[in-house]
Design a protein around this ligand. Structure first.
Ligand SMILES: [Zn+2]
Ligand SMILES: [Zn+2]
Length: 80
């Protein structure tokens, strides 16, 4: 059974449906997704701005001029 997963920054968190119009038909389930690129994003990798959900990928694009904030530093650099 395919799961809807967040794919931001290599994240593979399975997303729980926000609502199920028809519980038997997965096509109708609504998941948290970015309102800009329409790709699924978990709560950790998306923020809500004025009622819009924007994933981190798009947020970085929108804030392209600013240097990336080190909020999501999970120590991945040190693992290499
Ligand atoms: Zn996006
Ligand atoms: Zn995520």
């Amino acid at each position: 059974m395919p799961f809807v997963k967040c794919s931001v920054d290599g994240c593979s968190k399975k997303l729980q449906p926000l609502s199920k119009l028809d519980p038997r038909d997965r096509e109708t389930w609504v998941h948290r997704e970015c309102d800009r690129c329409f790709r699924p994003a978990c709560e950790k990798h998306s923020i809500e701005i004025d009622g819009w959900i924007i994933c981190d990928r798009c947020r970085r694009e929108l804030e392209g001029e600013k240097p990336p904030a080190p909020v999501l530093d999970l120590g991945l650099d040190r693992l290499s």
